[in-house]
Structures are given as C-alpha cells and as structure tokens.
Design a protein around this ligand. Structure first.
Ligand code: HEM
Length: 350
C-alpha cells in the first residue's frame, strides 16, 4: 500500500492558528527513546484530531533535520536532498542558515488545541532538547501577510497538483510521499514599508494590494518578489506562510514555510531572491525583510513515523542499505513495528 504523507497538502483554513516550533537536541544526552515517544505522540495527536475535530484542519507535522537524522541513526541512504542548509550570501542580503533538529508545524482551528499539542510535545522533549524557535502564526484578514498583501495566491491547487509539487516522487523511491520542508523566520521593517506609497508597495510584490491582481509583464518590475520567485510552471512549491506580531519586542514578521517534492526548486527561488536574476537584481522585498533563521528538513510519511516510534532494538544486520532499487522493491512490507534501519520500503506518489 502507498505510504501516507503527513498533512503537508492541507490548505490553511479560514480559522487557522499555528504554532511553529524548532527543537535542538542537547549534547551528550540519550535522545532516541524521547524521539520514539515523540513520533508515537504525533500519530496519536493526529488520529485524535481527526476524531475530535473532523474537517477542521487540526494537525501536527514533524520535520527532521540532517544532523538529527544522523545522530538518531535513521535509515541510510538518507533522503537524497537532506543536508544542512548552506547560507546564501547575496549583496546586500543573506539567507542565514540556522541549526534545527526537529520542526513542528502545529495547526488548529483554535488556539487551545494548538497550545495543548505544543505542551504535549514540550513535555516529552524538554528533558533532552531545547526549544529555540516558537512562532504563533495567525490568519491576517483575508489571508494577507503582515505587509498587507494576500499571500498564497499562486500556490498549487487541487489534490493532484499539490501532491505532485509537495511530495517526493519516484526519483527517490525509499522516501516517496515524504517531503522537503524549508522554513525561514523573517522580521519586517514595517515602518519603512508602510512609508512607501501604495503604488510603490505594489511594485515590491508585483501585484495590486487590495484586489490581489498580478501586474502585466511590461509593468511588473524585474526585482518584484513574484518576478523572481516564479521560476516556471513546472517548478512550484506549497507555501503555508503565516504572519506573526509581537508589540513588546516590536517583531512583526512572516514565518515562511514551504513543502516541496525537491529542495532544488526552493533553492532556485532563494538564489533568485538573494543573489538575484541576473546576479545583482535581487528581490526588493528583502529591503524590508530580514531572514533570522533558515533550515531544511525531511518530513517522513505517517508510516515512517510509525516505524520510528517502534521500541524494538535495532538489528545491526539490517543497518546496511540495500544495494539497488530492485533489491529494495522486492522486500515485503514489514508490519512488525521494526525500526527498519537501512531496510527501506518503497513509497509511491500517485
Ligand atoms: C519575506 C517573506 C515573504 C513574504 C511576506 C512573501 C509574500 C508573498 C506574496 C504576498 C506573494 C504574492 C501572492 C502569492 O502568489 O502568494 C508571494 C508569492 C510567491 N512567493 Fe513569497 N513571500 C516571502 C518569501 C518567499 C520565499 C523565501 C520564497 C521562496 C523560497 C517565496 C516564494 C514565492 C512564490 C513561489 C510565489 C508565487 C510566484 C508566482 O508564481 O507568482 N516567497 N509571496
């Protein structure tokens, strides 16, 4: 049977609340039992959400970073593109890279359910890890970023299209239906942006503010955000960005979050934004937005989470990865709850 993805293809509903969390494991600490417990908890929370709040978009998605994957001794070979995100140093803006072991994208129709899910995760992870990022994202009016422009319009639509762009396909059979997750926490210079006349703000994005209509090509500036992030009809990603705001710290921002079948598409967009296309023609949005974090993760399927949550001892003999795709494909599905370290199953994207 095909591997079931986590809820990466879900749309943000009209009553969306989100908590984004990044946790880093402590050094010199045994982490695997806590990790297993978190995987089991995640399955429990998601199953419970389907029963308690059907169709209300309550879910909890976990991504795993490269260093954590290695330290936890998860299957080899790794997902093909899972690596530490390297900073992209442009002139004058940089996409920083920050350490991140586990990422949680907690979604709910009320703040209460988000809080409860975050608290359950926290109680398991606190002894072995530190929470280094916590952002509470909310829906701002009709799906606008805190800068006032509708965010998400050109996202892939429909189940098939979203699966195509959001889930890993046949090119990496062992990880088919998993996803790459890339996140950045941006802080905006709202005063500077709001000081621009509306017509100038619109040139920053390449769309009208009130009606969210794309500018004609002959008017859209070459350094507009959408001119640089539209990298072709066959190269898309699923963006789930939400704004956040904190008056006490004066931090108003966007939590950029994207799920993709391949990280290379996200990287192309980032290169265009930070280095520029051609180099030097960088994204004007960056003059009002500073990336404070930047991290890449692999999002396992639900079936992989189930495998990772198992308590069974790892069988050292299973650690060597199968040599060929054919060899992997001939392995029967294992429902024993084994960690299947190295013994990767095949996953299929429709
Ligand atoms: C500073 C944080 C960001 C903000 C506030 C922001 C906001 C927006 C807005 C308002 C739009 C226009 C409506 C839409 O189609 O969604 C847009 C489009 C888009 N953004 Fe961003 N964005 C941010 C960062 C990024 C990053 C880091 C990437 C990629 C790595 C990205 C990729 C895209 C793409 C692919 C589009 C659609 C382009 C098109 O085909 O028209 N954005 N963004």
């Amino acid at each position: 049977m095909d591997q079931q993805p986590q809820s990466v293809l879900d749309y943000n509903g009209e009553d969306i609340h989100t908590i984004f969390l990044v946790w880093n494991f402590k050094e010199n600490t045994e982490i695997s039992s806590s990790f297993k417990a978190v995987c089991a908890l995640l399955l429990n929370l998601n199953n419970s959400a389907y029963i308690r709040f059907p169709k209300r978009g309550v879910s909890n998605i976990m991504g795993i970073g490269y260093e954590a994957w290695k330290r936890l001794d998860l299957p080899k070979p790794l997902p093909k593109e899972l690596a530490n995100f390297e900073p992209i140093i442009g002139d004058p803006h940089t996409a920083v890279a920050t350490r991140a072991d586990l990422h949680f994208h907690i979604k709910g129709n009320t703040k209460s359910i988000c809080y409860d899910m975050a608290a359950e995760i926290s109680s398991l992870l606190t002894p072995v890890a530190e929470c280094v990022v916590e952002v509470h994202g909310f829906r701002y009016w009709d799906g606008r970023s805190i800068l006032g422009f509708v965010d998400g319009t050109e996202n892939p639509n429909g189940e098939k299209e979203r699966a195509y762009y959001g889930l890993i396909g046949k090119e990496d059979p062992a990880y088919q239906n998993g996803s790459y997750l890339f996140v950045q926490k941006y802080i905006h210079d709202l005063n500077a942006f709001k000081a621009l006349p509306i017509s100038e703000q619109e040139k920053v994005f390449g769309r009208s503010r009130d009606n969210d209509v794309e500018m004609p090509e002959d008017i859209k500036p070459k350094n507009a955000h959408i001119a640089l992030t539209d990298v072709g009809d066959d190269l898309k990603i699923i963006r789930d960005n939400l704004p956040f705001g904190n008056m006490a710290t004066n931090e108003m921002g966007t939590y950029f979050i994207a799920y993709a079948s391949t990280f290379s598409t996200v990287k192309k967009m980032l290169d265009n934004m930070f280095i520029g296309d051609p180099p030097g023609n960088y994204d004007r949005l960056l003059d009002f937005s500073t990336a404070k974090t930047g991290s890449l993760f692999y999002v396992p399927t639900l079936d992989q989470l189930d495998d990772f949550s198992s308590d069974q001892e790892k069988d050292q003999d299973e650690k060597a990865a199968p040599n060929t795709v054919e060899e992997k494909e001939t392995q029967p599905p294992d429902h024993t709850g084994s960690l299947k370290i190295g013994a990767l199953k095949t996953y299929k994207k429709e």
